[in-house]
Design a protein around this ligand. Structure first.
Ligand SMILES: Nc1nc2c(ncn2[C@@H]2O[C@H](COP(=O)(O)OP(=O)(O)OP(=O)(O)O)[C@@H](O)[C@H]2O)c(=O)[nH]1
Length: 260
């Protein structure tokens, strides 16, 4: 091979060539096999993680918002006396559509000390997140509700998988309950405020720090329509207008789940 006198790397290339020629062929084969293993491992890791099937419908929300009663109503239609959940419950849920799609419905504990670990466990499997809100005491809880939503909406895994976000404005049987429209407007306002205080911490170039992203569009007031995932607000009542003996009012929620 002709040597290029102008190439500054030529002396190094020559040394490398020499060293490779001096090596035992078995050693070289070893290096090639090791490289192949690394490439195949990386390929399989990418292939398997990108093919994760999201088949879970998560019921999340603050304590006492009605997740467990909704869980029972969606699965069997039955009214059930509930207690504070300290662990997750899951069961197959058959959507009310012609395809007969079946999803795994998972009820997550609402207590703030348990929330993060359960969210971490199930978030990557979520096809839909049903965020249950107690519409009767929403005014009192708006800040806590917004803080929980903020965590979900700025999560890198959730924003990458873009599950449907269904905000279920529950307990509509109570006279004082706020409408889905009002809850949406107030949450947009509260999330806008929260974003200002939280985003001061964001520093890296892609706008992410510690696994969370910037909420919505920079320079614009926050609206749910700016999010990468589809968001729907529905009104429901897990209790129903006739209480323990009657049926729940969950049609709009089930209609949205049927479109998944
Ligand atoms: N009036 C009324 N009460 C409801 C409704 N849904 C749930 N509840 C009541 O609200 C209380 C809390 O309901 P749960 O289903 O246990 O709430 P949760 O969100 O699972 O609570 P945690 O397990 O603590 O996270 C219970 O007394 C329910 O009967 C509803 O639509 N209307």
């Amino acid at each position: 091979m002709e040597k290029d006198a102008n190439n500054p790397f030529e002396p190094y290339m020559e040394t490398l060539r020499q060293q490779l020629e001096d090596q035992d062929p078995v050693f070289l084969i070893g290096i090639i096999v090791a490289l192949a293993v690394v490439v195949i491992t990386l390929f399989l890791k990418y292939f398997l993680t990108s093919k994760t099937v999201c088949s879970a419908v998560l019921l999340v929300g603050l304590c006492d918002s009605g997740k467990t009663l909704l869980f029972s109503r969606l699965l069997s239609g039955n009214y059930k006396r509930t207690q504070t959940s300290i662990t997750d419950s899951s069961a197959p849920y058959k959507a009310k559509n012609d395809k007969g799609s079946t999803w795994t419905l998972i009820d997550l504990p609402g207590h703030d000390s348990l929330r993060p670990q359960y969210l971490e466990k199930f978030k990557s499997a979520a096809r839909a997140i049903v965020f249950v809100v107690d519409s009767a005491i929403f005014q009192k809880e708006v800040r806590d509700v917004a803080e929980f939503l903020y965590v979900l909406l700025t999560d890198t895994v959730i924003c990458r998988n873009t599950p449907l976000l269904l905000v279920a404005c529950n307990k509509q049987d109570i006279t004082m309950a706020k409408s889905a429209k009002l809850i949406q407007q107030q949450l947009e306002k509260e999330l806008n405020t929260l974003r200002v205080t939280r985003s001061a911490a964001l520093s890296s170039q892609d706008g992410s720090v510690g696994g969370s992203l910037f909420l919505g569009k920079k320079g614009k007031d926050f609206e749910f329509s700016q999010l990468p995932m589809k968001v729907e607000f529905v009104e429901c009542s897990a209790r129903g207008s006739k209480g323990e003996d009657g049926a729940a009012d969950t049609e709009s929620l089930e209609l949205s789940l049927a479109k998944l």
